[in-house]
Write a protein that binds this ligand. Structure first.
Ligand code: DX5
Ligand code: ZN
Length: 216
């Protein structure tokens, strides 16, 4: 499965309902919701009320990317707000809390994503590979939209894709940051299958055609 995951961080918040319709029209299956706390990352975005608002107006997969400290404290709230996938950062918790968080999210019947920042060594996620549904390889420093894609992160994607197929697992690889037509192709060739798009989606004059962009 391949899909775009447009990030509402770059959307017109005053017209969120209309922006979500654009995502539906594009043929994307996911809507990506970037939660930032001003502590794990230097920026503050939004939280539960926005996740609930998104949930209330769409059947798209609600893909929450938690860029927050102590993400395990908010699992219940993310689920209550309507998240289908909860992705948290490996850097935010110690090993024991990571495992507990994964188990807790799965007990709710929701999917778990684990994310790594650009400076984090990819080998750190290997021990969780058989417990999670998705790995999010950040292709910019988390915190802001509109940054430049870090091509050197593709080594991580290639490495993970190889490990995942060697182990016969079905873990999705998501990339997030600086994705556009050109960088999406690079990421796809490297083995990513879920593509977060902020600026390239919402600042485009025309509605993006997901199938076309994914080359399907
Ligand atoms: C960055 C966020 C991204 C961001 C991507 O911390 O996780 O999801 O919205 O935005 P663009 O596509 O503009 O780089
Ligand atoms: Zn994100």
């Amino acid at each position: 499965m391949k899909t775009l995951a447009p990030s509402i961080l770059a959307s017109d918040m005053l017209n969120l309902g209309e922006e979500i319709k654009k995502i539906e029209k594009s043929g994307s299956k996911y809507v990506h919701v970037d939660v930032m706390d001003g502590c794990f990352v230097p920026n503050i975005s939004f939280g539960m009320p926005i996740i609930s608002a998104v949930r209330s107006c769409t059947d798209l997969v609600v893909d929450v990317h938690a860029m927050i400290v102590e993400p395990d404290r908010y699992i219940d709230d993310f689920v209550k707000s309507g998240a289908d996938i909860i992705t948290f950062h490996l850097e935010a918790l110690d090993n024991e809390r990571i495992i507990n968080a994964i188990e807790k999210i799965h007990k709710y019947g929701k999917k778990v994503g684990l994310s790594i920042k650009p400076k984090t060594n990819v080998s750190a996620v290997l021990q969780y590979l058989n417990m999670i549904d998705m790995i999010l390889v950040m292709t910019v420093e988390p915190g802001f939209g509109g940054q430049k894609f870090m091509c050197d992160m593709m080594d991580k994607v290639k490495f993970l894709r190889e490990k995942i197929s060697d182990s016969n697992l079905s873990v999705d690889i998501q990339v997030d940051g600086g994705i556009n037509d050109e960088t999406l192709k690079i990421a796809m060739e490297s083995g990513a299958n879920i593509f977060v798009l902020g600026t390239a989606f919402f600042k485009s004059k025309d509605i993006i055609d997901a199938e076309k962009m994914l080359g399907e």
